[in-house]
Design a protein around this ligand. Structure first.
Ligand SMILES: Nc1ncnc2c1ncn2[C@@H]1O[C@H](COP(=O)(O)OP(=O)(O)OP(=O)(O)O)[C@@H](O)[C@H]1O
Ligand SMILES: [Mg+2]
Length: 249
């Protein structure tokens, strides 16, 4: 599976935090209805790339297009209103609020309360943990359960593009399985997925398309299978050509 309608495209994107560019001319596409997986070593600029797509960082140069519209430099709120949500790399629930309250917060920009209630109902069906633990404090859940609640929360705005930064980080194999199953379920509902995965093999296997980012540049892109089978990628993940991340982690 390759080609198809492009939902998101980046061309010649340079961006950073003031101390020079982290992203150095990034180019790739995210296809509508697919799952695109970004892999690459620590410090390659993967989270920076997601921040640039979602409006948290402004590209210094280059173009970001969503459904043909230029969105580079729009505010995070404006990008969100176009149906793009990000589940960040670090846990982002409010630990002292209940699971239900956390999920409801996902709809904070939604004026229609009735619609928010309906969505919460539907989401609780898709995520049994939301119903089972709804009245418990989010901080009392396991890491994997919290991840699923974060997914649930991001669906409250009915996004067309769901961006996940290292969703499987720190999870045991069983929970990892649940997280990937949920990613597929969100995709089967018609949502396009862009994810960053540290677990390159599992991530690429679950994805229609793959992108390898190294030192702020796209080193390789193709179908998930092509990237997985590429000899250089095997070398990369056996430690062969991974360069030490620049900057302090
Ligand atoms: N808020 C920030 N301010 C300044 N520099 C930053 C900031 N966030 C990241 N960096 C630097 O930008 C570079 C890329 O970081 P980034 O977090 O995008 O990498 P990553 O590929 O997501 O890594 P990881 O796999 O560890 O999550 C690193 O050198 C990092 O130190
Ligand atoms: Mg990161």
């Amino acid at each position: 599976m390759s080609g198809g309608d492009v939902m998101l495209s980046l061309s010649g994107v340079f961006a950073g935090y003031g101390g020079g560019d982290v992203l150095q001319g990034v180019e790739f596409e995210v296809y509508k209805g697919g799952i695109t997986c970004i892999v690459g070593p620590n410090g390659a600029g993967k989270s920076t790339l997601l921040a640039t797509i979602t409006g948290l960082l402004k590209p210094r140069l280059g173009e970001v297009h969503l459904n043909g519209e230029s969105i580079g430099g729009l505010s995070p709120r404006a990008v969100l209103s176009r149906g793009v949500v990000l589940v960040p790399q670090n846990h982002s629930l409010f630990p002292d609020m209940t699971v239900y309250e956390n999920v409801e917060l996902g709809a904070y920009t939604l004026k229609d309360r009735q619609l928010a209630r309906e969505r919460l109902e539907k989401i609780a069906e898709m995520f049994p943990v939301v119903r089972a633990k709804g009245k418990e404090k989010a901080g009392s859940l396991s890491g994997g359960q919290q991840r699923l609640v974060e997914f649930a929360r991001c669906l409250m705005l009915d996004p067309s593009l769901v961006i996940l930064d290292e969703p499987s980080m720190g999870l045991d194999p069983r929970t990892l399985h649940d997280v990937f199953a949920t990613v597929r379920a969100m995709n089967q509902e018609g949502r396009t997925i862009l994810l960053v995965e540290q677990n390159a093999k599992a991530g690429l296997k679950a994805s229609s398309h793959g992108v390898v980012l190294e030192n702020g540049k796209v080193r390789l892109r193709g179908t998930g299978r092509e990237v997985l089978d590429h000899p250089e990628i095997a070398a990369l993940y056996l430690g062969g050509s991974v360069e030490a991340p620049s900057g302090v982690k």
